[in-house]
Design a binder for this molecule. Structure first.
Ligand SMILES: NC(=O)c1ccc[n+]([C@@H]2O[C@H](COP(=O)([O-])OP(=O)(O)OC[C@H]3O[C@@H](n4cnc5c(N)ncnc54)[C@H](OP(=O)(O)O)[C@@H]3O)[C@@H](O)[C@H]2O)c1
Length: 270
């Protein structure tokens, strides 16, 4: 990879690829995270909602690296909105992970998952103020959001002090979210690409397979490299060691012409 880290607007650095842990049950999370650490990942992405923080934290603790060498992200559950509620959920997360601080804490979504699109602006503002307090108290190195659209971020910019350092969004070939990407860039917000393989759905795509062959890489490697080429931070997830290794070996460049072709592809999930 060209540069190993992205730098947030507060100068905190975040490794340019992270290990995703959504849908890894707590019982499997210890082995999966240990495999990721063993194979050079130093950035782990979890959430209270994934119900695996306990074993994610245990794997990190048992591994032979100091806390400062590992970057841990967790998230405030999407349905929890409000100042006190946020402080409480944060405590639960750091207790589960058994850590003194988090590297990055995100509002998981602007609305509850079972009521997507609901206007929770006031709740998000109150949650953000609590996150600002935790940040100012030194309990979190960086704070951000996830699944936020431009209007959701704008509400925080209008009513709060700290500009989010990251926005974690679904980003993969066919789902580029150009306007949101440009808005984040303008405000110095790092875009994290979640589901970089479209949760696996892009891996069998014939165009992706053909282009991957040309570069002598796997479809997964092409898709993850694409995120880097678009200046986003990919968070691939796997519980298989050979894939965990492969997903990090993405030190090649995609030509301008091929990038253009990828940018023109339709969203396979639509
Ligand atoms: N903020 C949010 O709301 C949000 C939402 C979704 C995801 N995320 C984050 O983003 C991470 C990744 O997204 P995701 O879990 O949707 O999926 P993803 O990384 O796009 O794809 C994962 C799927 O691809 C398979 N896979 C991984 N590497 C492979 C390879 N090299 N070859 C073949 N198959 C491969 C995995 O299977 P195996 O595991 O069996 O190998 C799994 O089925 C999550 O784990 C989470 O941390 C965040």
């Amino acid at each position: 990879m060209n540069k190993a880290n992205f730098t947030f607007h507060n100068d905190v650095e975040i490794p340019k690829i992270g290990f995703g842990t959504w849908q890894i049950p707590n019982e499997e999370a210890y082995d999966a995270v240990t495999m990721a650490l063993k194979n050079g990942y130093t950035h782990i992405d979890t959430a209270l909602a994934y119900k695996n923080e306990e074993n994610v934290g245990k794997a990190i603790k048992d591994y032979n690296l100091s806390r400062e060498e590992i970057f841990i992200t967790s998230k405030l559950p999407a349905q929890i909105k409000g100042y006190e509620e946020t402080l409480k959920a944060f405590e639960e997360t750091v207790t589960n992970l058994d850590v003194d601080y988090l590297d990055l804490y995100l509002i998981h979504a602007p609305w509850p998952w079972d009521d997507m699109g609901k206007d929770c602006t006031e709740g998000n503002i109150q949650s953000w103020k609590a996150m600002e307090k935790l940040y100012n108290d030194g309990k979190i190195k960086a704070i951000g959001v996830s699944n936020f659209e431009i209007k959701d971020i704008q509400a925080l910019l209008d009513h709060c002090d700290i500009v989010p350092m990251a926005n974690q969004i679904p980003f993969y070939v066919g789902r580029d979210q150009e306007d949101l990407l440009a808005f984040c860039k303008e405000h110095n917000i790092v875009v994290e690409a979640y589901s970089p393989l479209a949760t696996g759905e892009l891996l069998d795509n014939n165009d992706i397979k053909a282009m991957a062959n040309k570069y002598e890489v796997t479809p997964a490697q092409l898709l993850i490299r694409y995120c880097i080429e678009r200046d986003t931070l990919p968070l691939p997830k796997s519980t298989h060691e050979e894939r965990i290794v492969q997903n990090k070996e993405i030190d090649f460049n995609i030509s301008e012409d091929d990038l253009k072709k990828l940018m023109e592809m339709e969203d396979v999930r639509k």
